[in-house]
Design a protein around this ligand. Structure first.
Ligand SMILES: [Zn+2]
Length: 184
């Protein structure tokens, strides 16, 4: 971790050197950490200067990420709430997976409800379906979309146009649903 002083604040950041990068690049990841990527030939001193020049942008973006993290459904919750929502999600997910799998004529193996910070669901090669316990906190139309999305991966393992056509059969509003979920 490198350190730099921006507007009287000490900011930690990760400096990466890349053979492929053509320009200096700044990224703030979902945890609000600053990553500076510099091309091989650019000096550390030049990179530091660049970070100084972009101080306003960096501080604003870091603050936004922190707010998002605190308010987000994907933020930490208490152990008691976790258990409560997990049971709610399990009941909801099982009922919907049974319904939609019959409509689609798709067979699955097992259903797991997990505590995942970065995804709403996933589908394994063993045909197991994983869903985030936070589904218990979402509006039903978004739950339906997430259920159907993972179910359709039982047939189409990618995000091809065939996959989206399959999702669209039952969830014609899937594009809006994706957009809404990105803003949560
Ligand atoms: Zn997918």
């Amino acid at each position: 971790m490198a350190e730099i002083n921006l507007a009287n604040r000490t900011i930690e950041y990760t400096l990466r050197t890349s053979n492929r990068a053509r320009n200096l690049r700044l990224t703030i990841n979902l945890d609000g950490e600053l990553i500076v990527t510099k091309p091989w030939l650019v000096s550390t001193r030049r990179a530091e200067k660049f970070v100084q020049q972009k101080a306003d942008w960096i501080l604003k973006k870091m603050a936004a990420m922190k707010t998002r993290g605190d308010n987000s459904l994907l933020a930490n919750i208490s152990a008691a709430d976790y258990l409560k929502y997990k049971e709610q999600a399990r009941a909801l997910v099982i009922q919907k997976v049974v319904d939609f799998s019959q409509i689609y004529g798709l067979e699955y193996n097992r259903i797991f409800i997990r505590n995942q910070k970065t995804r709403w669901g996933s589908c394994s090669a063993r045909k197991n379906l994983n869903y985030n316990f936070r589904l218990a906190l979402l509006p039903e139309r978004l739950v339906d979309y997430i259920i159907v999305h993972e179910l359709c991966h039982l047939k189409e393992l990618n995000h091809s146009s065939r996959f989206w056509a399959l999702v669209g059969q039952e969830i014609p509003y899937y594009k809006e649903a994706r957009k809404e979920l990105r803003n949560i």
